[in-house]
Design a protein around this ligand. Structure first.
Ligand code: SAH
Length: 373
């Protein structure tokens, strides 16, 4: 029986960064540096509005102010270790080295009409889903709010500078579908969501509906998210309509069953008016049978929901593969016959191990940091 890990190992904390703080906290932090609070707003405009990273670029600030702000509020948190492109340059995976040597990954995808970045919320993951490469690695640690926001800001910068070629000029969508279970790192993820959707210069000003938080189904955290007054999209990784199979595919199901997870999802839909996404990785001969499609259709019929079927992406050491295309088509047809809106997700980034479930950078840690407890 797999052990579920909710509490990551204790480690030092990443240094404080502008993106960890709300507007009032930024002003207080700037005042504590001996500077007038309006400097916090100027810095926010540079960072969130103009996507500037380095103090040297903030030429309207006197040099000594710049240095004080950079030292106090813009510590380097994520450094690109390497980037890999595929899909004719429309998909880019970046491996980030964090302040303590931990590695995480994010994936930027350009479509004709939109751009999406898939970010990591934890280094590794404690949820142990057997078909997911990240799940096999176990959990190294939670990311801080700013470590998450920095992945988004870097993506926004890449989009603005045309790194992925011709496409929309601005980053439009953020999905918390990289490494980790976002709702197991609730406070940091919520802070990141607020920085992403707060209007500039408090944040990046993305539309709330264009932010998706994906979860294995941590029911109390879904309930909490329902009460945040946000309009972000909730995605629930279901992968099986029955508890017997889901217990094995999503081990946290032994704690919160299919019915409880879906109840929480429907409450989220009620409170927010938002359609909940149901994610279902189609695994050949494991969860792709017609009777399971019928069972899923019956569970979802009449609900405010959309099903994303994900052809299983291969991961090292796993015996499982994607469904036969005929079974996939039948699964779609059956779900639609229940009136359930259903699409099959494209498999971006497969050749560079950037597709759903393939993010598995060995989450190594570097030298023990000075602020280790
Ligand atoms: N922990 C969150 C985010 C994980 S990644 C969650 O579980 O929702 C986003 C989606 O990719 C999840 O639905 C996850 O189950 C799915 N996934 C994981 N491994 C996969 C694989 N090998 N092939 C296809 N989808 C996979």
């Amino acid at each position: 029986m797999t052990t579920l890990v909710f509490d990551p190992p204790r480690r030092g904390k990443p240094p404080r960064h502008l993106a960890d703080l709300d507007v009032a906290e930024r002003r207080a932090a700037v005042a504590a540096l001996g500077l007038p609070p309006y400097r916090a707003d100027q810095l926010s405009r540079h960072y969130f509005g103009s996507l500037r990273r380095r103090a040297e670029q903030m030429t309207d600030l006197p040099a000594d102010v710049r240095d004080a702000l950079a030292d106090g509020l813009l510590p380097p948190l994520v450094e690109a270790e390497r980037s890999l492109d595929c899909d004719n340059g429309a998909t880019r995976k970046t491996v980030w080295r964090l302040y303590d040597g931990t590695l995480v990954e994010s994936v930027l995808m350009r479509y004709p009409d939109r751009t999406t970045v898939c970010v990591s919320s934890q280094a590794g993951c404690g949820m142990a889903c057997p078909f997911c490469a990240t799940g096999q690695a176990g959990l190294t640690r939670n990311l801080s709010t700013a470590e998450i926001v920095e992945q988004v800001v870097a993506a926004a910068r890449d989009v603005a500078t045309g790194v992925l070629g011709d496409g929309p000029p601005r980053l439009g969508n953020v999905v918390f579908m990289g490494m980790g279970e976002p709702l197991a790192n609730y406070d940091a993820v919520l802070g990141a969501v607020r920085r992403i959707v707060d209007p500039s210069p408090a944040g990046l000003g993305l539309a709330q509906r264009h932010v998706t938080v994906s979860t294995v189904g941590l029911v109390p955290a879904i309930e909490r998210l329902s009460g945040e007054g946000l309009q972000v999209t909730l995605a629930v990784s279901l992968h099986a309509p029955d508890d017997e199979l889901r217990d094995t595919l999503v081990p946290v199901n032994t704690r919160w069953k299919v019915a409880e997870v879906l109840d929480a999802a429907w409450r989220y839909a009620d409170v927010t008016g938002r359609r909940v996404s149901i994610e279902y990785a189609l695994i050949r001969d494991v969860n792709d049978q017609a009777d399971r499609a019928h069972a899923l259709g019956a569970l979802l019929r009449g609900r405010l929901t959309h099903v994303n079927l994900i052809p299983l992406n291969p991961t090292t050491g796993s015996p499982w593969t994607a469904s036969d295309p005929r079974d996939e088509r039948a699964f779609v047809r059956i779900l639609r016959s229940y009136g359930v809106s259903t699409t099959v997700r494209d498999t971006r980034g497969r050749e560079i191990d950037a597709a759903c479930g393939q993010l598995a950078t060995r989450a190594t840690t570097g030298p023990i940091s000075a602020n280790e407890p």
